[in-house]
Unconditional design. Structure first.
Length: 323
């Protein structure tokens, strides 16, 4: 059975498996609606999007909006939206400021067709911007009932702590969640500029900090860009061509491959596929992260929900990571 977390300011319980956005681009409208309906029926209540997930006039926000209209509302689900990402064409100029906060929140609300985003997150950070300005701006959005709660994505622990401290000192609401990379595969290189990972022994203190400060982690790329699935072979990773080139650059080395093979071995013994074991491994972490998965079929929805309910023995968890 799906597990849920309660986030302050978010009315609906948030499922530990979060439906990701990017896969929706590959689906036709009918298939998309059926898959999202199946996700809710299976217990998924959280849906991830971002204002920059768009190609021209085609946006994930709008796709989710049509589905919400189709199902008659979103009272029992949580929309996790993100903004303040660098914009095209360069995708490098920082947009972390009060004006972009208002612009992106309003654009997502309009595109989705809802008055309030349940959880809104900064997609990136700009450490040169004073933290108090940002905390004040997102609290103003809460006061306007445009968002229910706020969080961050790809912020350092020190920066999140500064936001919490400012909020506490000024009787404001601080960030309730942080979206960062976390997976069985160590991140060898940044998939995109200015991203943050919580993977690996050297980041144990950061993971413990999230527990101590009660900031939930929403893990992106728990399958390491497809590295932790049977869809990609070692030969393809070694060739590193096409879309697989980035996956190879960021995740492919002998240590990560050995973990992948041990996870597959455990999966064969338990009757699970590699992706299910990798998700179960991430979900078993001491800091209890949520995980974003890019389900594209009803079968994948069912598999990933089953992974959330899979209990791996401590010996298997240790064996998978360390051998």
């Amino acid at each position: 059975m799906m597990q849920y977390v309660e986030l302050p300011g978010v009315d609906a319980p948030v499922s530990r498996v979060v439906q990701g956005a990017i896969s929706l681009f590959a689906l036709d409208e009918e298939t998309r609606l059926e898959m999202l309906d199946a996700a809710v029926e299976g217990g998924i209540t959280a849906f991830d999007t971002a204002v920059n997930y768009a190609f021209g006039d085609i946006s994930v926000d709008a796709m989710l909006g049509r589905w919400i209209s189709h199902r008659g509302g979103h009272e029992d689900i949580a929309i996790i939206a993100k903004g303040c990402h660098p914009a095209p064409p360069e995708w490098t100029h920082p947009r972390v400021n009060p004006e972009a906060i208002v612009e992106d929140i309003d654009k997502s609300r309009q595109q989705i067709g809802i008055d309030r985003l349940d959880l809104w997150m900064f997609h990136r950070d700009d450490p040169t911007v004073e933290i108090g300005i940002l905390v004040e701006a997102v609290n103003a959005a809460i006061d306007r009932a445009h968002i229910g709660a706020w969080g961050v994505s790809n912020w350092t622990t020190a920066r999140i702590e500064a936001a919490l401290d400012y909020a506490d000192a000024h009787d404001l609401r601080g960030p309730v969640a942080n979206s960062a990379h976390y997976s069985l595969a160590n991140q060898l290189d940044d998939p995109w500029p200015d991203v943050v990972t919580l993977t690996g022994p050297e980041r144990e203190a950061d993971r413990q900090w999230h527990q101590d400060r009660e900031v939930d982690v929403v893990a992106w790329s728990p399958l390491a860009g497809g590295f932790l699935s049977e869809r990609i072979s070692r030969a393809e990773l070694e060739a590193a061509e096409g879309f697989i080139a980035d996956t190879a650059r960021c995740y492919f080395n002998d240590d990560n491959w050995a973990r992948r093979e041990r996870a597959a071995e455990v999966g064969r013994r338990l009757g699970l596929n590699l992706s299910q074991v990798a998700l179960a491994w991430a979900l078993h972490a001491d800091f209890s992260p949520l995980v974003i998965v890019a389900n594209a079929t009803i079968g994948e929805v069912e598999e990933n929900i089953a992974a959330e309910g899979t209990v791996l023995a401590d010996a298997d968890l240790d064996y998978i990571f360390s051998g």
